[in-house]
Structure formats: C-alpha cells, structure tokens
Design a protein around this ligand. Structure first.
Ligand SMILES: [Fe+2]
Length: 445
C-alpha cells in the first residue's frame, strides 16, 4: 500500500509512538506497537526510493513534497516535538532498523533534553546512522560557539606553524567572516566575550579578543568589506610570529635579558614571513602584522622610517587595550575605564589620535564589561551601550544596596531608570565576579 493512505497511516503511527512516550517508559508495548507499524510502513515506501523526508516548512508539515493539510490538528505531538527541539526535518534512509526508529523516538521525546544540532550528535553516538534529525537554523552558531571556534582555529594554526607546516588560509578566512557577521548582528555580546581572559591560554584568547575589537573598530570607522576582512585576519594572526620565540621567554615573569628581548622583538617580522608563505593571504595582512608594534611615533619595533599602513594602528590599539585589561605575570589587570585612561595618555605617541578617538567612542564612557557602582549602592556590569547617552548604558545588577549578591541578577536600562545613575567604576577584583564567566553565561543565553 503506497500513496496518500499509507502516508497518513505513517504519520498517525509516528504521532502515536511519540504521544505514548509521554505516558509510558521506553519499550512499553503501547510504544512498541506504533513503532513497529511505522517501521514496516516506511520500509514498504522505501522500496521505491532511497530516502524519505518529513519536514516543517513555513510552519506547515510536509511529507516528501506534499503539504499535509491540518497537520497540526492531526499530528500535534509530532509537530510539537519537532518545533520544541528545533528539528526541521526527519529523514529516513532505506534499510533503517526498527531499533534505530525506536531509539530516535526516545531521543526526540525522552526525558533527556537534546536540541537542534545536539540531536544529530546523540543519534550518531547511539549508532543511529540511517535516520537524520536535521536541525534549524542550518549552520548558524551562537556568538559563544563562534568565539570558541576562533580560539580553536588560532590554536591549531599556531600548532601547525610550530611543527613546521604552512597553515591553510581557508578556515581562518571563514572564521573571520563569521565573526564579522556577529560583530554586525550582535555587537555587544561580541565585545562582552572579549572579557574572557584565559591566563593559561593567553595567546589564543588574546588573538581572538584583538580580532573582535579590530572588527568592531573597523566597523565603526566604516571600512570596506575587504579592509575589514584584512584587519580581522591580521588581528587574529598578529602574534603568529611568537611561534618562533621560545615558550620560556614568552612566559617569563619579570625582566628579560637584552638577548631575550631581542628575540621577542623579532615576532612581527617572523609573523609576516609566515603570512607570505600562506597561499591566499592578502599581502596587506603581512604588512599589518609587521607593523603592529612600530607605534604611531615609530618609537616601537622593528625600527623603520617608512610610513605606516593606514590600518596597522587598528591592531596596535586593540592589542594594547586587551593586554592592559588582562592579568599578566608582570601586571594586574586594568578595568576598562582605567585602560582607556592609560591609553589616552599615549595619544599622538603610541597611538594615532584620530583612531584612538574612534576607539574610545566605540567603547563609550563605560565600556561593555565595566563593573560600576550606582547611586543607590548597587553594583553591576555594563552589558550594552546606548547610542547618544554614553553615561547611561544598560547595567546588569549583581549586588544589591546592602552589598550582598542578588539572587536573580536583572538588567536596568539607565536611560529609563531615574533612580539609578553610575557613580563610579569598580575594580572587579574587589568582588567575586569572574567577568569572562559572566559574559560566557550571557552569550549562552
Ligand atoms: Fe605582538
């Protein structure tokens, strides 16, 4: 029996299996019967085709290419599970087993909560290879996944260089494109993630942070797409030359001998040499990396009289800011407001004044990630800036008027909240809050 009648029966049995799963434990006959029936009906359908899909398209159930009228009324459990678990298609392949089907229903309707792309991983880990739960939206990662993906890529790239291999440009370019998209769609969350400062993995997190800030600054400066991409890639790879300097020197606490210092100073040149050997790398990127420590007044290194590329200061400024706000062996971290103050003292010397101004405008009076004390004694973290009112950002309140941690932190938009104003920035070290962990949690939703 093929055709519409059979399909109706298939959907009916799938719905019954899922519905029974709510009421009975796995393996119960009330579930087994509709599973067996579904399996035999689908196997019959798959005699004449290799795979068969049911999907939700524009909120309507579709079986193969046919819309199912009244799907929501007739098969509410199937639609409910697919929607809740962000599944936009279930695909059955010829030869799938009864057990694969039963386990798939268990994953879809069972006690453990899997969602979206996790569902497919769970299917694979249980050996279900001939049934697919396709997740929506396809391929889009959240900002934290993108951040972590970028850390992994720079770590791999540097690992390859240390082993004498030439890394591929493709994955680097792809992750920078993904980060660029997020800097446009979710700028505050992306800037918040730069508060993740990994002491043990400093180089990788630092590289990603500098890249996010460089993309944000580039966006604020209105760079073209090509320029923005070069800046993002250059920032991500700005310290790639440190692979040529021994770990011992890089991690050395305290003073370096002049020979050791000379070694460190080679990393911009080493970095640009590596870029030259990588296929598909724009030569601007090598130049930005070569120039990232020269400084606006040329007081840095390598020594050169040549004028700087107009964009190399984007890297210099973002590099300095992330370094200042990070705990290092030789330095306590500055909070964002202090870091900006320190940097403005070097305007026109280390930093191009116009670009530094653009950076300061972008970061605001109280940059995302600043801990602040309010007029009523509460303490919170700036999570979002408000355009045009830099003194009134959105603050997530973590500590109440009495100084005790609030049980459920809440956001206050100071633009609309007359009772709360910022008195001053607070050194986060005086509280128990880990800013990196805070923004990780925010981004994970
Ligand atoms: Fe550097």
């Amino acid at each position: 029996m093929n055709g519409p009648d059979s399909r109706e029966l298939i959907l009916k049995n799938i719905n019954a299996a899922l519905k029974s799963r709510k009421l009975y434990p796995p393996g119960h006959p009330a579930i087994a019967a509709p599973v067996n029936k579904t399996h035999s009906l689908l196997t019959e359908e798959l005699k004449s085709m290799n795979n068969l899909a049911m999907a939700i398209v524009n909120e309507t159930l579709v079986f193969e290419d046919d819309m199912v009228p009244d799907g929501e009324k007739l098969y509410p459990d199937l639609i409910q599970y697919m929607t809740e678990k962000s599944v936009d298609a279930i695909i059955f392949e010829k030869g799938f087993s009864n057990k694969e089907l039963a386990d798939t229903f268990e994953i879809l309707a069972g006690a453990q909560v899997f969602q979206g792309q996790e569902l497919q991983k769970e299917l694979h880990s249980r050996g279900i290879l001939r049934i697919t739960l396709k997740a929506m939206p396809t391929g889009k990662r959240n900002v934290l996944e993108i951040y972590n993906g970028a850390v992994e890529i720079i770590q791999n790239v540097m690992g390859e260089v240390r082993m004498g291999k030439i890394p591929k440009a493709g994955p680097i370019s792809d992750i920078v494109s993904e980060m660029t998209e997020s800097v446009f769609s979710d700028p505050h969350a992306m800037l918040g993630l730069t508060m993740i400062k990994n002491y043990d993995n400093y180089l990788y997190n630092h590289s990603v942070n500098v890249s996010i800030m460089a993309l944000s600054l580039g966006k604020a400066m209105g760079l073209s797409e090509a320029e923005l991409h070069a800046v993002g890639v250059g920032a991500l790879l700005h310290d790639i030359g440190k692979t040529g300097v021994s770990e011992q020197i890089i991690r050395k606490p305290g003073g370096l001998s002049s020979e050791e210092w000379d070694k460190i100073k080679q990393h911009p040149q080493l970095g640009s040499n590596i870029i030259k050997r990588m296929e598909g790398m724009d030569e601007t990127i090598g130049r930005l990396i070569y120039e990232h420590h020269i400084k606006f007044d040329h007081s840095g290194y390598p020594e050169t009289v040549d004028s700087l590329h107009p964009l190399s200061q984007v890297l210099t400024i973002c590099d300095a800011y992330d370094a200042l706000t990070t705990l290092r062996v030789y330095q306590k971290p500055h909070d964002p407001v202090e870091a900006i103050k320190v940097m403005s003292n070097f305007s026109g010397r280390h930093f191009n004044p116009d670009m530094l101004k653009a950076f300061m405008n972008m970061m605001g009076l109280y940059p995302v990630g600043t801990m602040v004390r309010l007029t009523n004694g509460e303490i919170g973290i700036v999570t979002r800036l408000n355009d045009g009112t830099p003194e009134k950002p959105v603050v997530k309140i973590l500590y109440g008027e009495d100084g005790a941690e609030v049980s459920s932190p809440f956001e206050a938009d100071l633009r609309f909240d007359g009772s709360r104003e910022i008195v001053t920035n607070v050194n986060p070290a005086t509280t128990t809050t880990d800013l990196g962990a805070f923004f990780e949690k925010e981004a994970a939703g």
